[in-house]
Design a protein around this ligand. Structure first.
Ligand SMILES: [Zn+2]
Length: 82
């Protein structure tokens, strides 16, 4: 796992992210803080020539929301301890 500074191709924000190139399944890199759209899987969310976009942009992408909306909601609103 190493730290990496990237610029979001969608909003231009500079992100301090993390990346693990040695993830077991090398077809999907393990990243934190951004998404690598050069991966086969995440490439389906790319617009134009985007290669890396930040979490905020991905999480507001209509296609991403339609697939993972429930996941985001849980992250934003953690269950309240009773
Ligand atoms: Zn962004």
């Amino acid at each position: 796992m190493s730290e990496i500074i990237i610029t979001c191709d969608r909003c231009g924000k500079v992100i301090n992210g993390i990346i693990d190139e040695f993830y077991l399944d090398k077809s999907i890199k393990l990243t934190g803080g951004f998404y690598d759209l050069t991966d086969n899987y995440w490439g389906q969310f790319a617009r134009w020539e985007e290669e890396r976009i930040c979490d905020d942009c991905m999480h507001s992408d209509p296609k991403y929301i339609s697939m993972y909306g429930d996941l985001i909601k849980r992250r934003v609103d953690p269950p309240v301890n009773e």
